[in-house]
Design a binder for this molecule. Structure first.
Ligand SMILES: Cc1ncc(COP(=O)(O)O)c(C=O)c1O
Length: 355
Protein backbone atom coordinates (compact mmCIF):
# COMPACT_ATOMS: atom_id res chain seq x y z
CA UNK A 1 0.00 0.00 0.00
CA UNK A 2 1.40 3.41 -0.97
CA UNK A 3 2.07 5.95 1.83
CA UNK A 4 -0.75 8.17 3.01
CA UNK A 5 -0.55 11.70 1.57
CA UNK A 6 -1.59 14.59 3.80
CA UNK A 7 -2.63 17.87 2.19
CA UNK A 8 -3.38 20.36 4.94
CA UNK A 9 -5.94 23.11 4.61
CA UNK A 10 -4.67 26.66 4.42
CA UNK A 11 -8.07 27.95 5.58
CA UNK A 12 -8.74 26.37 8.99
CA UNK A 13 -12.29 26.97 10.18
CA UNK A 14 -13.34 28.64 13.41
CA UNK A 15 -14.15 26.03 16.02
CA UNK A 16 -17.64 25.92 17.51
CA UNK A 17 -18.26 26.77 21.13
CA UNK A 18 -17.94 23.57 23.17
CA UNK A 19 -21.14 24.27 25.03
CA UNK A 20 -23.17 24.27 21.81
CA UNK A 21 -21.83 21.26 19.94
CA UNK A 22 -24.93 19.09 19.80
CA UNK A 23 -24.48 16.07 17.51
CA UNK A 24 -23.23 15.94 13.92
CA UNK A 25 -23.56 19.63 13.11
CA UNK A 26 -19.91 20.69 12.75
CA UNK A 27 -17.16 19.07 10.71
CA UNK A 28 -13.43 19.32 11.27
CA UNK A 29 -10.89 20.69 8.78
CA UNK A 30 -9.83 17.48 7.06
CA UNK A 31 -11.20 14.23 5.66
CA UNK A 32 -9.70 10.95 4.54
CA UNK A 33 -10.41 9.71 1.01
CA UNK A 34 -9.36 6.55 -0.85
CA UNK A 35 -10.52 5.18 -4.19
CA UNK A 36 -11.21 1.64 -5.28
CA UNK A 37 -11.27 0.14 -8.73
CA UNK A 38 -11.71 -3.54 -9.42
CA UNK A 39 -8.39 -3.57 -11.28
CA UNK A 40 -6.26 -1.78 -8.66
CA UNK A 41 -8.06 -2.32 -5.34
CA UNK A 42 -7.96 0.42 -2.69
CA UNK A 43 -5.46 3.14 -3.65
CA UNK A 44 -4.71 6.84 -3.60
CA UNK A 45 -5.27 7.17 0.17
CA UNK A 46 -5.08 10.82 1.18
CA UNK A 47 -6.04 13.29 3.85
CA UNK A 48 -7.34 16.48 2.26
CA UNK A 49 -9.24 19.59 3.39
CA UNK A 50 -12.87 18.78 4.29
CA UNK A 51 -15.16 19.84 1.45
CA UNK A 52 -17.69 18.82 -1.20
CA UNK A 53 -16.99 15.71 -3.24
CA UNK A 54 -17.68 15.32 -6.90
CA UNK A 55 -19.95 12.49 -8.10
CA UNK A 56 -21.51 11.77 -11.44
CA UNK A 57 -25.32 11.88 -11.33
CA UNK A 58 -25.20 8.27 -12.48
CA UNK A 59 -23.02 7.19 -9.50
CA UNK A 60 -24.52 3.86 -8.47
CA UNK A 61 -24.86 4.79 -4.78
CA UNK A 62 -27.43 7.44 -5.76
CA UNK A 63 -29.67 4.89 -7.45
CA UNK A 64 -29.16 1.52 -5.81
CA UNK A 65 -27.93 2.53 -2.37
CA UNK A 66 -24.66 0.56 -2.26
CA UNK A 67 -23.25 2.18 0.89
CA UNK A 68 -21.94 1.21 4.31
CA UNK A 69 -20.87 3.36 7.23
CA UNK A 70 -19.54 3.27 10.78
CA UNK A 71 -19.75 5.45 13.86
CA UNK A 72 -17.12 5.68 16.60
CA UNK A 73 -15.49 8.36 18.75
CA UNK A 74 -12.07 9.73 19.72
CA UNK A 75 -11.71 10.97 23.30
CA UNK A 76 -9.28 13.25 25.03
CA UNK A 77 -8.11 11.67 28.27
CA UNK A 78 -7.35 13.35 31.58
CA UNK A 79 -3.74 14.13 30.61
CA UNK A 80 -4.53 15.28 27.09
CA UNK A 81 -3.83 11.88 25.52
CA UNK A 82 -6.08 10.76 22.66
CA UNK A 83 -7.72 7.39 22.41
CA UNK A 84 -10.36 5.41 20.57
CA UNK A 85 -12.73 2.84 22.05
CA UNK A 86 -12.43 -0.69 20.60
CA UNK A 87 -11.80 0.57 17.02
CA UNK A 88 -11.10 -2.95 15.74
CA UNK A 89 -14.75 -3.81 16.42
CA UNK A 90 -16.02 -1.02 14.16
CA UNK A 91 -13.59 -2.00 11.40
CA UNK A 92 -14.62 -5.63 11.68
CA UNK A 93 -18.30 -4.61 11.50
CA UNK A 94 -17.63 -2.38 8.50
CA UNK A 95 -16.11 -5.31 6.66
CA UNK A 96 -19.11 -7.44 7.58
CA UNK A 97 -21.41 -4.72 6.22
CA UNK A 98 -19.29 -4.54 3.03
CA UNK A 99 -19.67 -8.26 2.59
CA UNK A 100 -23.47 -8.05 2.87
CA UNK A 101 -23.68 -5.13 0.41
CA UNK A 102 -21.29 -6.58 -2.17
CA UNK A 103 -18.72 -3.85 -1.44
CA UNK A 104 -14.97 -4.63 -1.39
CA UNK A 105 -13.61 -4.97 2.15
CA UNK A 106 -10.75 -2.92 3.58
CA UNK A 107 -7.53 -4.14 5.15
CA UNK A 108 -8.18 -3.64 8.90
CA UNK A 109 -4.71 -2.32 9.83
CA UNK A 110 -4.74 0.13 6.89
CA UNK A 111 -8.17 1.37 7.97
CA UNK A 112 -7.06 1.78 11.60
CA UNK A 113 -4.01 3.77 10.48
CA UNK A 114 -6.23 5.98 8.31
CA UNK A 115 -8.51 6.72 11.27
CA UNK A 116 -5.59 7.45 13.59
CA UNK A 117 -3.84 9.70 11.08
CA UNK A 118 -7.01 11.69 10.44
CA UNK A 119 -7.69 12.11 14.18
CA UNK A 120 -4.07 13.20 14.70
CA UNK A 121 -4.30 15.67 11.81
CA UNK A 122 -7.42 17.24 13.35
CA UNK A 123 -6.46 16.66 16.99
CA UNK A 124 -7.25 20.29 17.81
CA UNK A 125 -10.88 19.47 16.94
CA UNK A 126 -11.16 16.93 19.77
CA UNK A 127 -13.13 18.79 22.42
CA UNK A 128 -11.39 19.58 25.70
CA UNK A 129 -14.35 18.96 28.01
CA UNK A 130 -14.32 15.39 29.21
CA UNK A 131 -17.95 14.63 28.31
CA UNK A 132 -17.48 15.78 24.69
CA UNK A 133 -15.74 13.82 21.93
CA UNK A 134 -14.84 13.70 18.25
CA UNK A 135 -17.32 11.52 16.37
CA UNK A 136 -15.73 9.59 13.48
CA UNK A 137 -17.82 8.62 10.48
CA UNK A 138 -16.16 6.28 7.95
CA UNK A 139 -18.30 5.40 4.91
CA UNK A 140 -17.98 3.73 1.53
CA UNK A 141 -20.04 4.67 -1.51
CA UNK A 142 -20.37 3.12 -4.97
CA UNK A 143 -19.10 5.81 -7.33
CA UNK A 144 -19.12 3.97 -10.67
CA UNK A 145 -21.26 5.85 -13.19
CA UNK A 146 -23.70 3.19 -14.39
CA UNK A 147 -27.41 2.52 -14.33
CA UNK A 148 -27.59 -1.20 -13.71
CA UNK A 149 -28.33 -3.27 -10.62
CA UNK A 150 -25.10 -5.10 -9.91
CA UNK A 151 -22.05 -4.64 -7.68
CA UNK A 152 -20.22 -1.47 -8.70
CA UNK A 153 -16.61 -1.66 -9.87
CA UNK A 154 -15.58 1.70 -8.37
CA UNK A 155 -15.97 3.00 -4.81
CA UNK A 156 -14.75 5.74 -2.54
CA UNK A 157 -13.98 5.38 1.17
CA UNK A 158 -14.28 8.62 3.10
CA UNK A 159 -13.79 9.39 6.78
CA UNK A 160 -15.12 12.63 8.23
CA UNK A 161 -15.10 13.74 11.86
CA UNK A 162 -17.41 15.92 13.91
CA UNK A 163 -16.92 17.33 17.42
CA UNK A 164 -19.97 16.30 19.46
CA UNK A 165 -21.39 17.15 22.85
CA UNK A 166 -22.63 14.82 25.56
CA UNK A 167 -25.85 13.17 24.42
CA UNK A 168 -27.53 14.21 27.65
CA UNK A 169 -26.60 17.83 28.10
CA UNK A 170 -28.12 17.98 31.58
CA UNK A 171 -27.18 14.49 32.83
CA UNK A 172 -28.46 11.00 32.09
CA UNK A 173 -32.25 11.12 31.60
CA UNK A 174 -34.78 8.34 30.86
CA UNK A 175 -36.54 8.39 27.47
CA UNK A 176 -40.05 7.29 26.44
CA UNK A 177 -40.41 4.81 23.62
CA UNK A 178 -43.18 3.52 21.41
CA UNK A 179 -43.53 -0.10 20.26
CA UNK A 180 -43.76 0.02 16.46
CA UNK A 181 -46.30 -2.56 15.31
CA UNK A 182 -46.88 -1.43 11.73
CA UNK A 183 -43.50 -0.77 10.12
CA UNK A 184 -40.44 -2.99 10.50
CA UNK A 185 -36.76 -2.09 10.30
CA UNK A 186 -35.35 -5.36 8.99
CA UNK A 187 -36.33 -8.86 8.03
CA UNK A 188 -34.73 -12.27 8.26
CA UNK A 189 -32.21 -12.57 5.43
CA UNK A 190 -32.24 -8.80 4.85
CA UNK A 191 -29.63 -6.17 5.70
CA UNK A 192 -30.52 -5.47 9.36
CA UNK A 193 -27.15 -6.66 10.71
CA UNK A 194 -25.25 -4.36 8.33
CA UNK A 195 -24.66 -0.68 8.96
CA UNK A 196 -25.95 0.67 5.68
CA UNK A 197 -27.94 3.80 4.86
CA UNK A 198 -30.81 1.79 3.40
CA UNK A 199 -31.81 0.53 6.86
CA UNK A 200 -31.99 4.10 8.15
CA UNK A 201 -33.93 5.42 5.15
CA UNK A 202 -36.62 2.84 5.74
CA UNK A 203 -36.82 3.65 9.47
CA UNK A 204 -37.44 7.39 9.16
CA UNK A 205 -41.21 7.36 8.67
CA UNK A 206 -41.83 5.34 11.84
CA UNK A 207 -39.37 7.47 13.78
CA UNK A 208 -41.14 10.68 12.71
CA UNK A 209 -44.52 9.24 13.71
CA UNK A 210 -43.17 8.27 17.15
CA UNK A 211 -41.82 11.81 17.62
CA UNK A 212 -45.15 13.30 16.54
CA UNK A 213 -46.76 11.30 19.35
CA UNK A 214 -44.21 12.54 21.89
CA UNK A 215 -41.89 9.50 22.01
CA UNK A 216 -38.19 9.84 21.44
CA UNK A 217 -37.53 6.45 19.82
CA UNK A 218 -39.34 3.44 18.38
CA UNK A 219 -38.95 -0.09 19.65
CA UNK A 220 -38.58 -2.32 16.59
CA UNK A 221 -40.16 -5.77 16.46
CA UNK A 222 -38.97 -8.60 14.23
CA UNK A 223 -40.06 -8.37 10.60
CA UNK A 224 -41.50 -11.87 10.38
CA UNK A 225 -43.93 -12.34 13.28
CA UNK A 226 -43.78 -8.79 14.69
CA UNK A 227 -43.56 -10.33 18.17
CA UNK A 228 -39.92 -10.37 19.13
CA UNK A 229 -38.05 -7.27 20.21
CA UNK A 230 -35.09 -6.30 18.03
CA UNK A 231 -33.71 -2.80 18.73
CA UNK A 232 -34.73 0.63 19.92
CA UNK A 233 -34.25 3.44 17.38
CA UNK A 234 -30.56 3.33 16.57
CA UNK A 235 -29.59 1.44 19.70
CA UNK A 236 -29.56 -2.11 20.96
CA UNK A 237 -31.79 -2.77 23.92
CA UNK A 238 -31.48 -4.49 27.32
CA UNK A 239 -34.01 -5.27 30.05
CA UNK A 240 -33.64 -6.30 33.66
CA UNK A 241 -36.39 -8.65 34.71
CA UNK A 242 -36.53 -10.46 38.03
CA UNK A 243 -32.83 -9.93 38.69
CA UNK A 244 -31.64 -11.07 35.27
CA UNK A 245 -30.38 -8.86 32.44
CA UNK A 246 -31.68 -9.97 29.03
CA UNK A 247 -31.14 -8.70 25.49
CA UNK A 248 -32.39 -9.88 22.09
CA UNK A 249 -30.04 -12.45 20.57
CA UNK A 250 -28.22 -11.50 17.35
CA UNK A 251 -30.38 -13.07 14.68
CA UNK A 252 -29.09 -11.50 11.46
CA UNK A 253 -31.55 -8.60 11.48
CA UNK A 254 -30.19 -6.78 14.56
CA UNK A 255 -27.12 -4.53 14.32
CA UNK A 256 -24.33 -6.08 16.45
CA UNK A 257 -23.53 -2.97 18.48
CA UNK A 258 -20.07 -2.35 19.89
CA UNK A 259 -21.70 -0.88 23.00
CA UNK A 260 -23.98 -3.94 23.26
CA UNK A 261 -20.94 -6.21 23.18
CA UNK A 262 -19.20 -4.01 25.77
CA UNK A 263 -22.24 -4.02 28.09
CA UNK A 264 -22.47 -7.82 27.96
CA UNK A 265 -18.73 -8.14 28.67
CA UNK A 266 -18.86 -5.59 31.51
CA UNK A 267 -21.86 -7.24 33.17
CA UNK A 268 -20.11 -10.62 32.99
CA UNK A 269 -16.95 -9.02 34.37
CA UNK A 270 -19.04 -7.83 37.33
CA UNK A 271 -20.62 -11.28 37.78
CA UNK A 272 -24.11 -10.07 36.77
CA UNK A 273 -25.96 -12.72 34.73
CA UNK A 274 -26.91 -11.65 31.20
CA UNK A 275 -28.75 -13.75 28.66
CA UNK A 276 -29.10 -13.24 24.90
CA UNK A 277 -32.41 -14.70 23.74
CA UNK A 278 -35.72 -14.00 22.02
CA UNK A 279 -37.86 -11.56 24.03
CA UNK A 280 -41.50 -10.62 23.38
CA UNK A 281 -43.26 -7.42 24.41
CA UNK A 282 -46.02 -9.58 25.98
CA UNK A 283 -43.53 -11.14 28.36
CA UNK A 284 -42.25 -7.75 29.47
CA UNK A 285 -45.72 -6.33 30.05
CA UNK A 286 -46.63 -9.47 32.03
CA UNK A 287 -43.47 -9.06 34.12
CA UNK A 288 -44.50 -5.46 34.69
CA UNK A 289 -47.88 -6.56 36.07
CA UNK A 290 -46.10 -8.94 38.42
CA UNK A 291 -43.79 -6.17 39.55
CA UNK A 292 -40.75 -7.97 38.08
CA UNK A 293 -39.70 -5.59 35.29
CA UNK A 294 -36.92 -3.59 36.89
CA UNK A 295 -35.07 -1.70 34.14
CA UNK A 296 -34.80 -1.06 30.41
CA UNK A 297 -32.03 0.74 28.52
CA UNK A 298 -30.73 1.28 25.00
CA UNK A 299 -27.02 1.06 24.11
CA UNK A 300 -25.15 2.85 21.32
CA UNK A 301 -22.08 4.96 20.54
CA UNK A 302 -23.98 8.27 20.59
CA UNK A 303 -25.72 7.98 23.97
CA UNK A 304 -23.71 5.04 25.42
CA UNK A 305 -26.56 4.05 27.80
CA UNK A 306 -30.05 5.45 27.38
CA UNK A 307 -32.40 4.49 30.25
CA UNK A 308 -35.98 3.85 29.13
CA UNK A 309 -38.53 5.25 31.58
CA UNK A 310 -41.81 4.71 29.74
CA UNK A 311 -43.16 2.55 26.94
CA UNK A 312 -46.33 2.57 24.85
CA UNK A 313 -47.61 -0.60 23.21
CA UNK A 314 -50.94 -0.31 21.41
CA UNK A 315 -53.32 1.24 23.93
CA UNK A 316 -51.14 0.41 26.94
CA UNK A 317 -48.69 2.91 28.37
CA UNK A 318 -46.49 2.00 31.30
CA UNK A 319 -43.67 3.39 33.37
CA UNK A 320 -40.56 1.32 34.00
CA UNK A 321 -38.85 1.67 37.37
CA UNK A 322 -41.19 4.64 38.10
CA UNK A 323 -39.58 6.46 35.21
CA UNK A 324 -36.25 6.57 37.09
CA UNK A 325 -32.74 5.56 35.98
CA UNK A 326 -32.15 1.96 37.03
CA UNK A 327 -29.20 0.90 39.15
CA UNK A 328 -27.59 -1.29 36.45
CA UNK A 329 -28.16 1.38 33.76
CA UNK A 330 -26.48 4.05 35.89
CA UNK A 331 -23.58 1.80 36.87
CA UNK A 332 -22.94 0.80 33.25
CA UNK A 333 -23.10 4.41 32.08
CA UNK A 334 -20.55 5.49 34.68
CA UNK A 335 -18.22 2.58 33.95
CA UNK A 336 -18.27 2.72 30.15
CA UNK A 337 -18.07 6.52 29.88
CA UNK A 338 -15.36 6.48 32.57
CA UNK A 339 -13.27 4.06 30.49
CA UNK A 340 -13.94 5.97 27.26
CA UNK A 341 -12.98 9.28 28.82
CA UNK A 342 -9.88 7.78 30.41
CA UNK A 343 -11.08 8.61 33.95
CA UNK A 344 -10.96 5.08 35.34
CA UNK A 345 -9.09 1.81 34.91
CA UNK A 346 -9.68 -0.15 31.75
CA UNK A 347 -9.97 -3.76 33.02
CA UNK A 348 -11.02 -5.21 29.66
CA UNK A 349 -8.39 -3.29 27.62
CA UNK A 350 -10.79 -1.33 25.43
CA UNK A 351 -8.92 1.96 25.08
CA UNK A 352 -6.69 2.31 22.01
CA UNK A 353 -4.15 5.08 22.42
CA UNK A 354 -3.29 7.26 19.41
CA UNK A 355 0.11 8.83 19.03
C1 LIG B 1 -29.64 0.39 14.29
C2 LIG B 1 -28.58 0.51 15.33
N1 LIG B 1 -28.55 -0.40 16.32
C3 LIG B 1 -27.60 -0.36 17.27
C4 LIG B 1 -26.63 0.63 17.29
C5 LIG B 1 -25.59 0.63 18.36
O1 LIG B 1 -24.35 0.26 17.84
P1 LIG B 1 -23.00 0.78 18.51
O2 LIG B 1 -23.08 0.39 19.93
O3 LIG B 1 -21.93 0.08 17.77
O4 LIG B 1 -22.99 2.25 18.31
C6 LIG B 1 -26.65 1.60 16.28
C7 LIG B 1 -25.64 2.67 16.27
O5 LIG B 1 -24.65 2.56 15.66
C8 LIG B 1 -27.63 1.54 15.26
O6 LIG B 1 -27.66 2.45 14.29
Amino acid sequence: MEPLQVIRTNQPKNKPNEGELGFGKYFSDHMFVADYTSERGWQNARIVPYGPISLEPSAMVLHYGQEVFEGMKAYRGMNGEIHLFRPEKNIQRMNMSCDRLGIPQVEPQWMLEAICKLVETDSDWIPQQVENSLYIRPFIIATEPCLGVRAAKEYQLLIITSPVGAYYSSGLAPVSIYVEDQYVRAVRGGTGAAKTSINYASSIKAQEEAKRQGYSQVLWLDGVEQRYIEEVGSMNVFFKVDGEVITPELNGSILPGVTRDSVIAMLRHWGIPVTERKITVEELFEAQQQGKWEEAFGTGTAAVISPIGAMKWGEQSIQINQGQIGEVSGRLYDAITGIQQGRIDDPLHWRYRIG
